[in-house]
Design a protein around this ligand. Structure first.
Ligand code: ZN
Ligand code: ZN
Length: 418
């Protein structure tokens, strides 16, 4: 027979990730997915196979970052290098492999460097201007990037040679304590150098922040000033094996509005086009996303699409909104399934985690999965929801198994053994 795939025609792959899709029965309702009208997803379930996915392992509430890593075939416990780099990505920062990133708070310190407020009165305005005043500093060959987050939060990134994430926090993690000098946590010059640059940076930042217009105004209004940046949780932006290396020459595209997913896909070596109207919010233009997907699939091997709305509704505790957002996705799937006629494509629809209305947070409940397309076996399930998928032929698997399974269905796997 020779090497599998040598003569076989390969197929394309479309992976649709509905963010926060899974849910629990709550308050007399079934789940939003179970009660939503989803004729297209039901068609896929009827003609394909369904199952359940534990994005990480059973019972582990996954973040969108760890889950997307897993769904793309990266072992999250190895590749997830802490929240810093991924939060920076989530804020839309263009970060590169090897960068060191921290999560930060704008805080208030007194004259003796005692932290009187770790959130500077939950400052909500002016943090962009404050970040701008620090952004782009060069210290000892390190380029410093600072980016505002929600309220008092920000991300700090160091870019340069010979850096290490093995440094202690400047943030004392408690009000009433002094800011900490960062120190190297391993005996390595890179760690010592990173700590030195970090200490230099926070001192310089303090100088600039103290005299900033935004803080003068806050002082005049009697508000706590944001005169200190408190970095914590250093992490290195991981160097992921590119999908094109793992699967020789494989070309993949990500269509997503949210920066976090875009950032992870970029690290995996995927193309990440800007789709006008794809906002990563409830009002995202799904028809535009469908068009972009159909366009991308022609010249690429795989498209991953993320739709964020179900997760947003889950966090808001908006049962009705979550149901409607799923119905909109079903409408989009009509366009995609019709548009795929004549293209050999394996289609998978799943979630990256559950965001139940009950908890308004990510939970460890498994998410439903359907796989449909040419060559995909048909099981007895005929609807796509948390309950029907319990009986599906794909059974229950960890997220990291999905990519190998899709690659195999697409005739792109390599035999293990003789
Ligand atoms: Zn998510
Ligand atoms: Zn979420």
């Amino acid at each position: 027979m020779g090497r599998r795939g040598a003569r076989l025609k390969t197929k394309k792959i479309f992976l649709l990730v509905l963010d926060g899709l899974g849910d629990r029965p709550f308050d007399g309702h079934s789940t939003p997915l179970a009660e939503a009208k989803t004729p297209v997803l039901a068609e896929l379930a009827r003609d394909g196979s369904t199952g359940l996915i534990d994005p990480i392992t059973p019972g582990t509430p996954a973040g969108s970052d760890t889950s997307h890593l897993s769904l793309l075939g990266y072992e999250p416990r190895v590749t997830y290098t802490g929240r810093g780099p991924f939060e920076a990505m989530g804020l839309g920062m263009e970060i590169w492999p090897g960068d060191i990133a921290w999560r930060c708070n704008f805080g208030t310190v007194d004259g003796s460097m005692l932290v009187t407020d770790r959130r500077a009165g939950r400052i909500s305005e002016g943090t962009k201007e404050l970040c701008d005043s620090l952004n782009g500093m060069e210290i000892d060959g390190v380029r410093v990037l600072v980016y505002p987050g929600v309220e008092h939060r920000a991300a700090l990134v160091f870019r340069g040679p010979a850096l290490s994430p093995a440094v202690s926090d400047v943030d004392p993690h408690e009000a009433g304590k002094k800011t900490q000098e960062s120190w190297p946590m391993v005996r390595e010059e890179a760690a010592a150098r990173t700590a030195r640059v970090l200490n230099h940076f926070v001192r310089e930042a303090h100088k600039r922040l103290k005299s900033h217009e935004v803080n003068k105004e806050r002082e005049a209004k009697g508000l706590p000033v944001a005169n200190f940046l408190l970095p914590r949780g250093a992490g290195e932006v991981p160097r992921l094996q590119q999908l094109s290396e793992r699967y020789e020459g494989f070309k993949a595209v990500c269509i997503a509005g949210i920066p976090l997913v875009r950032g992870i896909c970029r690290l995996a070596g995927m193309q990440v086009p800007i789709v006008k109207g794809a906002t990563g919010a409830k009002d995202s233009d799904l028809a535009a996303k469908a068009r972009a997907m159909l366009d991308a699939i022609k010249t690429n091997d795989m498209v991953l699409m993320n739709v964020k709305a179900p997760d947003v509704c889950g966090h808001d505790g908006d049962w009705q909104g979550k149901k409607e957002s799923i119905e909109k996705v079903d409408g989009m799937m009509r366009l995609i399934v019709d548009g795929l006629k004549g293209i050999e494509c394996v289609v998978a629809v799943t979630g990256d985690h559950s965001t139940p209305i009950e908890t308004r947070e990510h939970s460890g409940d498994p998410v439903p999965l359907v796989i449909w397309g040419p060559g995909v076996r048909r099981d007895r399930t005929a609807k796509f929801d948390e309950f029907e998928c319990m009986d599906g032929g794909l059974g229950r698997m960890n997220g990291i198994s999905l990519m190998p399974m899709l690659m195999d269905l697409a005739n792109r796997s390599v035999k293990y053994g003789a």
